[in-house]
Design a protein around this ligand. Structure first.
Ligand code: 6GU
Length: 227
C-alpha cells in the first residue's frame, strides 16, 4: 500500500516514519510512505500557505491552493481510496478503522495547522476526517504518524510473528492480558504459576479470562452491548 502525507512540517514525520516497524515495513516492500511539503506547492512569491480567516476569528487558516495542487498532482498519477484530513473534530480513531484502511491501496493524509484548512477542502476534496482523541495537538503530524503506524502494523507480513497484531489490545475489543518474561522470580515477585505450567490450553484459558477481567475493570465501555 502507499500513503502520501501532506504537511508543512515534513521533519516532524522523519522520526516516526524512518525507524523501527515502519522502516522495516518499507524495506520489506510492504508499504511506501511519501511525505510532501505543502509549502513547495505554493504559487505565492513568499511561499505562503495560510491567510487570515474570513469573519475575523482568531488564527490563520491554511489556504486551498497549495493543498489542492499537491493532491491533484498525486491524483494524476494514481487513484486514491481515501483523502483523509487529521482534525480534532473528526471521527475518533478505533482499531477497526485502522484495520479497514490497511486493506486500501492508496491513501492521502492531510495534516492541518493553525486554525485548520479552508472548509471548502473538507467539503469538496476530503473523504474522511479522523481525530486521535479528545485533546488538541499543535498540528496533525503527530496524529498522522499515529494513524499511519496503526495501519501499517496490521498489514500482513509487517510484524515478525504474524499472529502478534491479532493478539493486541482492541483487536477483539478486549484489553490484552498481562505478559511476563524471565526470570520467573525477581525481587520476590513471581510470574503466575499457570504461565509456567506448559499446559497450552490452561494458559490460553487464563489469558482469555484475565483479558476479560481487566477489560471489565479498566474499560467497561468496550464490553457494552457484548455481554
Ligand atoms: Cl487529528 N489533529 C490535531 N491538531 N489535534 C488532535 C487530533 C488531530 N486528534 C486529536 N487531537
Amino acid at each position: 500500500m502507499r500513503i502520501d502525507v501532506l504537511t508543512i512540517l515534513p521533519r516532524l514525520l522523519e522520526g516516526p516514519f524512518n525507524d523501527s516497524i515502519l522502516q522495516r515495513a518499507k524495506e520489506k516492500g510492504l508499504c511506501e510512505i511519501h511525505v510532501h511539503d505543502i509549502r513547495s506547492f505554493s504559487t505565492d512569491k513568499h511561499r505562503k500557505v495560510d491567510d487570515y480567516s474570513f469573519g475575523g476569528s482568531a488564527g490563520m487558516v491554511m489556504t486551498i491552493q497549495p493543498i489542492l495542487d499537491c493532491i491533484n498532482s498525486l491524483k494524476a498519477e494514481r487513484e486514491y481510496d481515501e483523502i483523509i484530513y487529521m482534525t480534532p473534530d473528526g471521527e475518533q480513531l478505533k482499531q477497526g478503522r485502522s484495520n479497514q484502511l490497511s486493506l486500501k491501496k492508496n491513501l492521502i493524509i492531510i495534516c492541518g495547522h493553525y486554525k485548520g484548512i479552508d472548509h471548502r477542502l473538507r467539503e469538496n476534496v476530503v473523504t474522511l476526517e479522523i481525530s486521535i482523541g479528545d485533546y488538541v495537538l499543535s498540528g496533525g503530524e503527530l496524529a498522522a504518524a499515529v494513524l499511519t503506524d496503526s495501519i501499517i502494523r496490521v498489514l500482513p507480513g509487517v510484524l515478525n510473528n504474524e499472529t502478534s497484531a491479532l493478539t493486541d489490545s482492541f483487536q477483539d475489543n478486549l484489553l490484552a492480558p498481562p505478559v511476563y518474561t524471565r526470570p520467573a522470580e525477581y525481587n520476590g515477585w513471581v510470574v503466575p504459576e499457570i504461565l509456567r505450567s506448559g499446559d497450552f490450553n490452561k494458559i490460553q484459558e487464563w489469558q482469555e479470562k484475565t483479558a476479560l477481567e481487566r477489560t471489565r475493570k479498566l474499560r467497561p465501555d468496550l464490553l457494552e452491548g457484548e455481554e
